[in-house]
Unconditional design. Sequence first.
Length: 203
Amino acid sequence: MVVTQDRMPPIPAEKMTDAQKKAAAEFAATRKAEVFGPFVPLLRSPEVMLAAMAMGDYLRYRSTLPRQLNELAILVTARRWTQQYEWNLHYAEGLKAGLSPTIANAVADGRRPESMSEDEEIVYEFCTELLQNQSVSDRTYGRAISKFGEQGTIELIGVVGYYTFQSMVLNTARTPLPAGATPGLVAFPQRSDFRFVVHEQAE
């Protein structure tokens, strides 16, 4: 097993700047919890952390999209990035919201889920195309607009973009899973045609 080190662990209170202390207090007041998950590394930039929190609060709790569909979009994004922390959290949240375990498990396996509702199928296709092709086809776009309207479609894009950002933060910082949690995703094989290679520097 490869053990990775948390590159940006929680900042001790005595080492926080005034701006970090203020941001952490605002986070605790809003979320009713201490800074956790991707917000731990994000606290290095308090303004970015607070802006991310505000966007996340809207997309998760006030979006025009039904929560079940929102969670499906999050899981598709977490799977694309093999982001274990987000998957661990949102797999459970998705099931609570009414998402079928069969659908969630298919996403985990990298398979197209069977027996999706029309709404779920549109969300799955839209998110998959956007993440894989960096765009969506006319057919998929038209189905999303017809079902969710322009606002809902923009909010769906927002969910994919927001959780892509969070996945980038967590993967870069190597933020660990909560204590006692086990990884729910297996890493996909790396693309053989991806030619941009970064070599680790010797430490």
